[in-house]
Ligand binder design. Structure first.
Ligand code: ZN
Length: 220
C-alpha cells in the first residue's frame, strides 16, 4: 500500500531538548502541517528520554493544544516531536443521529505510549475524517470497525484495551501518526473535500450520498 516510514534520526538527547524547548516556550506550540518531515518518521519508542515529570508536563500541554484546536486526538509528532506518544479525548456534543450512525460515544481522556493496534475482526467502516496536521481537508477512510490497542500508560504499565466505532477510528488515526502515517495515506482519494464543501454537502450521518456523487467505494 505504502512504504514503512523510516525511523526518526533524532537522538534521545535531541528529543529531550526539543521537548524542553516546547515546555519552556510559555505559549501553546503550533501544530505542524503535512510536509513537516517528523510527520513522516517512525517516531522513537518512549524509553526514558524524558523524566516522569517532563512526560507529565508534555501530556498536559498536548491536552491543552488538543482542546484549543479543537480536536479529539494529538500525537507528539504533530508538535514536531518524534516520540511515540499521543493523547485522546472525545467529549464533544454530537447530534444523536450522527452519533448513532457513526458509533460515536464519549472517550474519556487518556495518553498512550508505544501504541500498536490490530483489528479484532474483518469488519470495516468508512466515514469522513480530518486531521489537525492537514488543515482544510476532510476525506473518507475505510478502517477496521474494532481494534485491540496495546500501549504503555504514563505510569509505565502495559495495557490492552478494545475499541469499536468512532473510538476505534481515533485510536487508529493517532497510532498511525507515531508510525509516520497520515490519514490521507489510507483515504479514498476521490472523497477528498474542502472543509467548506464537506460542511455544505457531505456532513450527513453516513457517507452514502458522498459515495454516489463523488464516486468512491462503489457498492450497492
Ligand atoms: Zn491527525
Amino acid at each position: 500500500m505504502f512504504p514503512d516510514a523510516k525511523p526518526t534520526d533524532f537522538s534521545a538527547a535531541r528529543i529531550h531538548e526539543t521537548v524542553q524547548q516546547v515546555l519552556a516556550a510559555g505559549v501553546l506550540p503550533a501544530i505542524v502541517q503535512a510536509g513537516h518531515p517528523v510527520l513522516r518518521q517512525l517516531a522513537a519508542p518512549f524509553d526514558g528520554q524524558l523524566s516522569g515529570a517532563e512526560l507529565g508536563q508534555l501530556i498536559d500541554l498536548m491536552r491543552s493544544v488538543m482542546h484549543k484546536a479543537p480536536g479529539v486526538g494529538l500525537a507528539a509528532p504533530q508538535l514536531g516531536i518524534p516520540l511515540q506518544l499521543a493523547v485522546l479525548e472525545d467529549q464533544f456534543d454530537v447530534d444523536p443521529e450522527v452519533a448513532a450512525a457513526r458509533g460515536r460515544e464519549p472517550l474519556p481522556f487518556f495518553a498512550m505510549l508505544n501504541p500498536f493496534y490490530q483489528p479484532t475482526n474483518a469488519s470495516t467502516v468508512a466515514f469522513y475524517e480530518g486531521c489537525l496536521s492537514v488543515n482544510g481537508l476532510q476525506a473518507a477512510v475505510n478502517r477496521p470497525e474494532s481494534v485491540r490497542l496495546d500501549f504503555t500508560a504514563p505510569d509505565g504499565t502495559r495495557q490492552q484495551r478494545e475499541f469499536t466505532g468512532w473510538q476505534a477510528r481515533i485510536v487508529q488515526h493517532e497510532t498511525d501518526h507515531v508510525h509516520g502515517i497520515l490519514y490521507l495515506d489510507r483515504a479514498e482519494l476521490r472523497s477528498i473535500s474542502s472543509n467548506a464543501e464537506y460542511s455544505a454537502r457531505w456532513a450527513q450521518p453516513d457517507i452514502s450520498l458522498a459515495r454516489k456523487e463523488l464516486g468512491f467505494l462503489p457498492g450497492p
